[in-house]
Design a binder for this molecule. Structure first.
Ligand code: PLP
Length: 382
């Protein structure tokens, strides 16, 4: 049977029972289960403020906008970011009318703090950091760097649901932390996400921005007036319709209790991949995970010289890996940074994400490992 990259797995009974509550109550929009998932997420992560939204992308857009507004940044001020990410990360900077300045990645595939420091100018306002594949990379060094240069820090934690650093969920040092609960992420819903803050004011604004700028949502209006729908509200911002809904929140609530055990299984499978592939020496480059990082292991990646050859070979054996990500600098609108991030370009050309999901068995991992071994040892052109 074919071995796929991602196969999202749901606790179907728990999902249906949570969804049934919404349908029985007649409340599928914002409120009810969205309030519950926000509370549950604050409890799980330790963040004081979490706002449930319809995607991580929406959260990134609002994070840039709010920080810009509250810190008095102007158009074309700079945010230092990584070229190795899903384009949402960098589009958020451009949509905020800011300049995306690319810094290179290190061997964790996260931004390299030394490379960030080289890119700081008097217009630099923030760092956009991606915990790649669930890896924290050198997050603590980046935090220290931001403190030293008085830069704000946005953490794109799309891959990091459940990641711990020295035993705690990282992010309290950041100004905004944004998770993705998209269909194939570690806590899958259909599409949704969470934006978390330490700062109450940011949280207050994000709630309005995500709801067209309206200063009271329909659910609060209904509940706080003892069931009487209070229709009067003010509109304070030109906002968006970025809110999450109760049906997606129902799925998130059903999945959250599985997040840690799912991630533990991801780490076990990753360990098996590592043990199987380390025998190849230099032919298969593994991604380093720093001491103290318990990665959510959204991805398990390797780099090989003939990536496209390996991809075709695996496909011919009904194994379907992926590539995360193409160096964003290769895309037209980011090409102005051509040649500035050689490590990211190298990774983009050589990286492969191996199958990793809850339905993958140890035997499947062995099959993938054996197939890779037979390619790199006997077929790969070097
Ligand atoms: C998935 C992903 C996003 C976007 O998340 P959505 O919830 O789909 O909007 C952003 N950044 C990274 C690194 C991602 O992997």
């Amino acid at each position: 049977m074919a071995i796929q990259l991602f196969v999202p797995t749901f606790d179907v009974d728990a999902c249906l029972s949570e969804i049934r509550e919404c349908l029985d109550k007649g409340w599928t929009g914002m409120g009810f289960k969205t309030v519950e998932i926000e509370k549950a997420w604050c409890q799980y992560t330790g963040f004081p403020y979490s706002c449930y939204i319809n995607s991580n992308t929406a959260g990134l857009n609002m994070a840039v906008e709010i920080l810009k507004m509250q810190n008095g940044w102007v158009d074309d001020d700079e945010i230092i970011t990584t070229p190795l990410t899903f384009v949402s990360t960098n589009h958020a900077i451009l949509l905020g009318e800011m300049r995306a300045v690319f810094a290179d990645v290190d061997d964790t595939l996260c931004l390299d703090p030394e490379e960030i420091e080289k890119k700081i100018t008097d217009r630099t306002r923030a760092v956009m950091y991606v915990g790649f594949g669930g890896n924290t990379g050198r997050y603590e060094d980046v935090v220290a760097l931001c403190k030293k240069h008085n830069l704000r820090l946005i953490l794109d934690a799309a891959h990091m649901a459940g990641t711990r650093l020295n035993g705690v969920i990282p992010g309290r040092e950041a100004d905004a932390v944004i998770y993705s609960f998209q269909a194939v992420k570690n806590l899958p819903t259909g599409d949704s996400g969470m934006i978390c803050f330490m700062d109450e004011e940011y949280a207050r604004i994000v709630r309005k921005l995500a709801w067209l700028g309206i200063n009271k949502d329909t659910y609060t209006r209904t509940v706080s007036e003892g069931g009487m729908y209070k229709w009067k509200y003010d509109v304070e911002y030109v906002g968006y319709k970025y809110n999450g809904n109760a049906l997606m929140a129902a799925v998130a609530l059903a999945q959250l209790p599985h997040l840690d055990s799912d991630n533990a299984y991801r780490r076990q499978l990753s360990q098996l991949y590592t043990e199987g592939l380390i025998t190849c020496g230099d032919k298969v480059k593994l991604i380093s995970v720093p001491e103290g990082c318990e990665s959510a292991q959204h991805l398990f990646q390797i780099m090989v010289e003939d990536r496209d050859g390996l991809m075709a070979y695996l496909n011919s054996h009904e194994i379907y890996p992926g590539v995360h990500y193409v160096d964003n600098i290769e895309y037209s609108m980011y090409r102005y940074a051509e040649g500035t991030c050689p490590n990211a370009r190298y990774a983009s050309d050589h990286i492969i994400s191996l199958p990793l999901h809850m339905r993958l068995t140890r035997e499947d991992v062995q099959t993938v490992v054996d197939t890779i071994l037979s390619f790199v040892n006997y077929r790969m052109k070097i």
